[in-house]
Structure formats: C-alpha cells, structure tokens
Ligand binder design. Structure first.
Ligand code: SF4
Length: 402
C-alpha cells in the first residue's frame, strides 16, 4: 500500500521582513496578526477537511509547518492549528514519522516548547542564519547574536527532540572565522541537522536594491567559497555529512519530510502559496498550487487552487533533478518502473559523460561532492538528450494547465 501523503502547512506571517527574503509572507504586527491569523486558521481547517474528503488520506506520513514564521503566530492560534493538524495526522490510528515546526529563536520560550511537545511535534527547525551581528544587521534579522545564542541554549536545554538550524553563507559582514564559530556553536548545542544555504539575491528585495546602489558590498565568489569551506570543514569535523546540496546531518537526523519532496513523493499543502504533489498514474503527477493571495485563499481555499498535470519529460526530468540533489541519488531500476523509460536512454549515460560529477554505484546515479556543487552541468546535458528522446519542448510534454 502506498504511504499516506505528507502535509506542508504554510504560515504567511512574520514579525518583520528580512532584507534578502522573497518568500510568501507579510510583516504583521500583533494587532493585525490577531485577525489575520484567525482567518488563516479558519481557511486551513476548511481546506484540511476538503482535502480529506477528496483524497481520503489515512493520516499523514510526515508534517511540516513552515513559512513565514509559524512561531510568530499568536500562541492560541498556533495551539489550535496544531490541534487540527494533529487530529487529521492521527485519524487512522497512526502518527506521523516526523512532525516539524519552523521557529525563529526570538519567539522561543519554555511555554512554546511545551506546547509543541504536547501537540506531538518532534522536530524543530530554527532560523538562525548567522550569529555575527554585522551580518544579522544587513540581513534584517530580529534579535542580536547574543540574544539568539541565549535562545538557542534554551532550546538545547528545554527541547527533548531533534532540531535543525538554518544558516546562510554569503551575507555581507560574514567572516570565515565567524562562519566556523557559528557552526561550532550550533553543533556544540547538539543540533542534529544543519541547512546551509547560499545567499541568493532576489530581484526587488531590499538587499538587492542596496547591492545595486552600492550601499552594501556583497562577498565575491572567492569570499563565498571561503565562507562555505569554513562551514563545511567544521560540519565534517563535528560528525555531520552532506546528504543534499544544502543539507547536512548527523547520522539518523535526516529530514524525512524533505526526503519526500526529493523523491517526488506525495504531499498535500495547506496555506496560501503552498504547493502539493500527488501521483496520478505511471510517471504522472497532479500539482496543486494554492493561491498566493491570502484573501483569495481565505475566501475559498479549495477553489483557489491551480491544478495541473506534470507528465512526460517534465515529470521525469524533475525527478532526476531532485534525486541528484541527494546522496541517495537516482535508483535507475526504480525510475524505470515509475516512469516506464530507461533513464540512460532518456538522459544519456551521465556517469560516463561526467565521471567527476556523477558516479554509477549499486544501480544508482549519485552526484559526487563536486557534482553537488555543479549539478547544472550534467542536468543541462540530460535535458538536451531528453528533448530528443521525448520529443518537443517542455510545454508539449506535460505541465498542461487544467
Ligand atoms: S523570517 Fe523567514 S520568511 Fe520571514 S522575512 Fe525573514 S527569512 Fe523571510
């Protein structure tokens, strides 16, 4: 029997906006948040019931509440949201293999941790980004480094489950010494998982404008590489292994929810801008994109969903892309069974064309460490072979808008 789908829940509110961020979220002060969050809660409850009726899921494989800043929700709204999600997740008598909630350190206290624990949450994903004040300031993060460290120590003391920290490298003001020290601090507190993202400059963000006008100087490519190396060396020496392009784990602390995405499994999504994916047949998927407009979503959550099929080359290539991001790699035989095509015919013999980037091991294509940093090279070649194999362009082979 296919596993139950996973569930992603998007919280579209933050206390303030970080300078680099283009996620779907809005800065919302406490008084506006009181009404807005109630409307959000009503909408996700209605949507949850509608998804249950339509897909008849037996609980959820994994749950991830992200955003935005879930920890910024009024406590009572968060408690009721977790209660509704928990009831649906355990409706079949089973419980999710993993239930994560994202939190910003500034919002975390003992009551918050107890509420999560009592609700069944067993993984915390903490947005740290940097523990250097200069970098935090240009990033527009709440709280200074000292306060953030205090909160992280409180998490390490008071949270009895696994937790992960998000870090960014490439922020103006970061130093290699600071980067290594940030990783050491988090690792020393017992985090089992670290997501290490490279700063991307999104058009129109305040940081993009500041960089364009010269009021902020971004680290150049060599400086970014040095920052990454400082973090990676410290992670390795502290027992972490890189298991996805941007994700590192101590043994047994992999994020199961994200592994569902990377395997192109089944998941449903609640909340504005959430995106779900459900297997619809051999090599075919139904993509469900919730409206990015909070008001539209709140008025009619199910009616706001844009649904379309992903099939043919689009589906196969997306699966290749996400699998190669991980050190589990792409199982060639399983891929053949899922999509009805031989990946070596559909994409070429990648391990022979790019031996330094992709190796063939136990019937799987696995990106080397260098390959994880330059995945676009084999992927561009694979796409070109796929164009000939499947025929036509991406739009002719799938992604037909319903
Ligand atoms: S807290 Fe997270 S979602 Fe909110 S603005 Fe900052 S980076 Fe974006």
């Amino acid at each position: 029997m296919a596993p139950a789908p996973s569930l992603y829940v998007h919280v579209p509110f933050c206390a303030s906006r970080c300078s680099y961020c283009d996620f779907h979220s809005e800065a919302c002060g406490p008084s506006a948040l009181a009404d807005r969050s109630e409307a959000w809660l009503r909408a996700i409850e209605i949507h949850l019931t509608a998804l249950d009726r339509r897909f008849g899921h037996a609980g959820f494989n994994t749950v991830y509440v992200g955003g935005g800043t879930p920890s910024w929700l009024p406590r009572d709204v968060l408690r009721r949201a977790l209660s509704a999600i928990g009831a649906a997740a355990t409706s079949a008598g089973s419980s999710p293999a993993e239930w994560s909630v994202e939190a910003n350190p500034e919002d975390v206290d003992g009551d918050f941790l107890s509420m999560l624990n009592d609700s069944g949450v067993d993984r915390l994903s903490v947005g740290v980004q940097s523990l250097e004040d200069a970098a935090r300031m240009t990033a527009g993060r709440r709280g200074d480094a000292g306060d953030t460290k205090d909160r992280l120590e409180a998490i390490a003391r008071g949270w009895g489950h696994g937790w992960s920290a998000d870090l960014i490298f490439g922020l103006p003001g970061q130093t290699t010494l600071g980067m290594a020290s940030d990783v050491s601090f988090i690792s020393g507190l017992g985090a089992g998982h670290v997501s290490l993202y490279e700063l991307t400059i999104e058009a129109g963000t305040p940081l993009c404008v500041a960089a364009e006008t010269g009021s902020v100087k971004l680290p150049d490519q060599d400086e970014r590489a040095d920052l990454y190396d400082a973090a990676a060396e410290t992670l390795r020496s502290d027992g972490f292994a890189r298991y996805e392009v941007s994700n590192w784990t101590r043994p047994g602390n992999e994020c199961i929810h994200n592994e569902v995405y990377w395997d192109m499994g089944d998941w449903l999504a609640l909340g504005p801008s959430g995106v779900g994916n459900i297997t619809a047949g051999r090599g075919e998927f139904l993509r469900l994109e919730n409206s990015r407009d909070d008001g539209t979503y709140a008025l009619d959550p199910s009616g706001s969903v844009n649904e379309y099929a992903i099939a043919g080359k689009d589906a196969a290539f997306e699966c290749l892309m996400t699998a190669l991001r991980t050190t589990k790699g792409l199982d060639l035989k399983r891929f053949g069974a899922r999509f009805g095509v031989d990946p070596q015919e559909a994409f070429g013999r990648l391990h022979e064309s790019f031996p330094a980037l992709v190796r063939l091991e136990s019937g799987k294509w696995i990106a080397t460490d260098r390959g994880l940093d330059t995945l676009n090279v084999p992927l561009v070649a694979a796409l070109s072979v796929a164009d000939g194999y499947f025929g036509g362009s991406a739009g002719e082979n799938g992604a037909e808008r319903a």
